[in-house]
Design a protein around this ligand. Structure first.
Ligand code: NDP
Length: 277
């Protein structure tokens, strides 16, 4: 029998900001919290640490880059719950500044996880979202700074009023193809694989809200956010915010009350809607 208990899923939660989002949800959300990680051992370690604080998240393996893993996550949710209430798409990667891999490779790998992986999780799990569900796509201020470095012509493509998910997919495909043939700057993109992948995540969120607005399920809200500059492995611990401070805006968005009209389909930082880019 599936349970009608409410349930939240956080991706990439074995460490960093995702881990702190799970910690916050365990304290503030009235329902089950599922900590997911691509590596089962790392995920179970994180569960043990949280158990040590008296918190009881559950674990499920989820690798954004593996559609089989996304299918298993979906099947587990379908079997165990009647739907999904909160989805926090937090998992992401970034090459270090000193990375030696060619730009084309960095672009392909980064967009594969940050954009296509996130999109595949959404495609897999969105059918399970219940009315009043909340989706948080952890993007980055880099999406904004990268967009500002792109050509005005390219930027105007990001801002077309009829931007839909298919158009965002097309933009990301074109970015990676132009990184591979070396024409990305001529085509108007900038030289930040991470920033351009997060342009995709931010634009995806805008397009997804438009779809939810037409959905028969009421009051599904998706927002993109920046957690701020956070002390994690990704930033080589140079960020000033603690992981709990970084989790604050994603948690605020995940816990928006029923029938929220704003923020809704926005880009949010420090709990405030920001003009994008
Ligand atoms: P970390 O590197 O500390 O953690 C990233 C998490 O994502 C890890 O759990 C990692 O798993 C997981 N992950 C990576 N690839 C996959 C995958 N294919 N499938 C599932 N999980 C995966 O980073 P942060 O906590 O700093 O970053 C969290 C999010 O916040 C990211 O989306 C990042 O881009 C964003 N962000 C971070 C900022 C910061 O200052 N830290 C600033 C702006 C945005 P594993 O341990 O196995 O590698």
């Amino acid at each position: 029998m599936s349970s009608s208990r409410r349930v939240a899923v956080v991706t990439g939660a074995n460490k960093g900001i995702g881990y702190a989002i799970v910690r916050g949800l365990c304290k503030q959300f009235d329902g089950d919290v599922i900590l997911t990680a691509r590596n089962e051992g790392n995920g179970q370690e994180a569960i043990k640490k949280l158990n040590g604080e008296g918190l009881k998240p559950m674990f499920h393996q989820l690798d954004l880059d593996d559609v089989g893993s996304i299918d298993r996550m979906k099947a587990f949710l379908q079997k165990t719950y009647t739907g999904l209430d909160i989805l926090v798409n937090n998992a992401g990667i970034a090459f270090k500044m000193a990375a030696k891999e060619p730009f084309a490779q960095q672009a392909e790998v980064t967009v594969a996880t940050n954009f296509w992986g996130t999109l595949n999780v959404c495609k897999g799990l969105f059918p399970l979202l219940k009315p009043h569900a909340r989706v948080v796509n952890v993007s980055s201020m880099s999406s904004s700074s990268a967009a500002k470095k792109c050509s005005p012509e390219m930027r105007s493509k990001f801002l077309v009023p009829d931007l839909d998910v298919a158009k965002v997919e097309e933009l990301m495909t074109k970015f990676v193809n132009s990184a591979k043939d070396g024409s990305y700057e001529k085509k108007g993109w900038c030289q930040s694989a991470y920033g351009c992948s997060k342009i995709g995540v931010t634009l995806l969120s805008f397009a997804q809200q438009k779809e939810f607005n037409k959905d028969s399920r009421a009051d599904i809200v998706v927002n993109a956010c920046c957690p701020g500059y956070v002390d994690t492995d990704m930033t080589s611990h140079k960020g000033k915010k603690t992981i709990d401070q970084g989790a604050d805006t994603p948690l605020y968005l995940a816990l928006l009350p029923p029938n929220t009209t704003s923020p809704k389909g926005n880009y949010v930082s420090d709990r405030k809607i920001k003009t994008w880019p």
